[in-house]
Design a protein around this ligand. Structure first.
Ligand SMILES: *Cc1c(COP(=O)(O)O)cnc(C)c1O
Length: 464
């Protein structure tokens, strides 16, 4: 098969990209000056770019390629389904086999009585569904005033108007008139950046109790739900102190507030169990899923819903849905992806073998002179960069500058590692081997060295 991308010089592709292609979360003019890095193919944990470089993908695409690249089984599943039934909808009392089978499989994998699935095309769409679903649930139960949804600053729940409102990214709220009414935010459990003089344990409790304070301020009779990621992903892989989740669980239970666990990143093995809720012992009423559900091979998301919520919603008509809810090709690919993750023991390996190995190696990066803390759960980890570990100090200059320098050094060393402010984050494919983990750690250490030298040369390596 001819490879379209290899017939055109990189510079030409970059010029066309700059001329016509608007990128998500990207400064357009800056990208136009630099030119995008153009990825042409991938295999396992390795990307190839248009210049022939082989790059170790420490981010699994965008936190999603859990099974790794290049799995022919998923290609075949898509091709078979396209030939048999490329599309049919699930509206108006119709259904099809891939959606039925995938819903059955998700009900089997999900904890507790989360036995019902409402499909969407993405995580953003699924969280939009959740906003309408929890409010409709309370309406149908005769409590229409229960509309408030509590979320957290620096959470990421998607980029649509609804899900972007749930999220707590202030830069997103500043554009386009977000948030929608009746969404409220409490502070995140980020001890490194915001813990001050408190111990992590004290801080975890204090941040959890903000939820209780917010519920009491709004009136428990007005609160529909609390939404949170078990481990914050796009906010910088923030792992809450151990005291946090038990207290949050107590509070939502005590006030009868629905808990929505946004499992878009944590789901499908990322934390060493099928769901982050299992790793952190949460009992959500709804889980948001997307990303790893299909390992990114097809766009698909959904809400996995408890029997209680599903039975109330099912008692009337829920005027909601997407043309591509349960899309047959996406569902067939997701089902095949779950089969591979399951039968090849990928989730178990993350929990018992490669996950612990990555943890040991990743935590050794904490010994680097520029790394203050190295936190990791399963296969999502972060490094807090700092010029002074004991003071947990931020760098001189604008926040995120050193993180950006480090990200650039990683890229130059053929490692994809992202930065969120001055945190460096990883979320590799779950199939990463021990040898590849060694390569990831070696490249990360080298990149940290180079970034530190540059930060020093630019006078940034000093407390703010
Ligand atoms: C990526 C993400 C989303 C949004 O998913 P999209 O498929 O990009 O719409 C929602 N929640 C979390 C936790 C995510 O990481």
């Amino acid at each position: 098969m001819a490879q379209l991308t290899n017939t055109v010089p990189t510079a030409e592709l970059q010029a066309l990209d700059a001329a016509h292609h608007m990128h998500p979360f990207t400064h357009g003019a800056e990208l136009g000056r630099k030119g995008a890095r153009i990825i042409t193919s991938a295999e396992g944990c390795w990307l190839t770019d248009s210049e022939g470089n082989r790059i170790l993908d420490g981010m699994a695409g965008l936190w999603c390629v859990n099974i790794g690249y290049g799995r022919q089984e998923l290609v075949d599943a898509a091709a078979r389904q396209m030939a048999e039934l490329p599309f049919y909808n699930t509206f108006f009392q119709t259904s099809h086999v891939p959606a039925i089978r995938l819903a059955e499989k998700l009900a089997e994998l999900a904890p507790g009585d989360l036995n019902h699935v409402f499909f969407a095309g993405s995580g953003s769409e699924a969280n939009d569904t959740n906003i309408r679903m929890v409010r409709t649930y309370w309406e149908m139960k005769g409590e229409p005033q229960k509309k408030a949804i509590i979320s957290r600053w620096n959470a990421y729940h998607g980029s649509s108007v609804g899900s972007g409102s749930l999220g707590g990214m202030k830069g997103m709220h500043a554009q386009g008139g977000l948030p929608i009414p009746d969404v409220h935010h409490i502070d995140q459990p980020n001890w490194w950046a915001e813990g001050g003089e408190m111990s992590p344990e004290e801080f975890g409790l204090a941040r959890a109790r903000q939820l209780e304070e917010k519920i009491l301020e709004l009136g428990p009779e007005n609160v529909a739900a609390f939404i949170a990621e078990p481990v914050q992903g796009a906010g910088g892989v923030i792992v809450a102190p151990e005291t946090y989740w038990p207290e949050v669980s107590r509070i939502v239970k005590h006030y009868g507030i629905l808990l929505i666990a946004d499992e878009v990143i944590c789901g499908f093995g990322r934390t060493g169990n099928w769901f982050g809720s299992q790793t952190l012992d949460l009992a959500p009423d709804i889980m948001t899923v997307a990303k790893g559900l299909s390992s990114g091979y097809q766009p698909i998301g959904g809400s996995i819903v408890s029997s209680e919520v599903a039975s109330v919603i099912g008692g009337g008509e829920f005027n909601h849905g997407y043309t591509y809810s349960g899309h047959p090709v996406a569902a067939a690919v997701a089902l095949e992806n779950l089969r591979l993750l399951d039968e090849e023991g990928v989730v178990t390996r993350v929990r018992e073998d490669t996950g612990p190995y990555l943890k040991e190696r990743f935590e050794s990066l904490g010994e680097h002179p520029m790394v203050g803390e190295a936190k990791i759960v399963g296969m999502m980890g972060s490094l807090a960069l700092t010029p002074d570990k004991s003071a947990r100090a931020a760098f001189k200059g604008e926040g995120g500058t050193v993180g950006y320098l480090c990200r650039e050094r990683c890229f130059a060393n053929n490692l994809v590692m992202r930065h969120v402010g001055d945190r460096m984050i990883i979320s590799p494919p779950l199939v990463i081997s021990r040898e590849e983990i060694d390569a990831l750690i070696a490249r990360a250490w080298k990149s940290l060295d180079e970034a530190m030298a540059e930060a020093k040369a630019q006078g940034l390596f000093a407390p703010a």
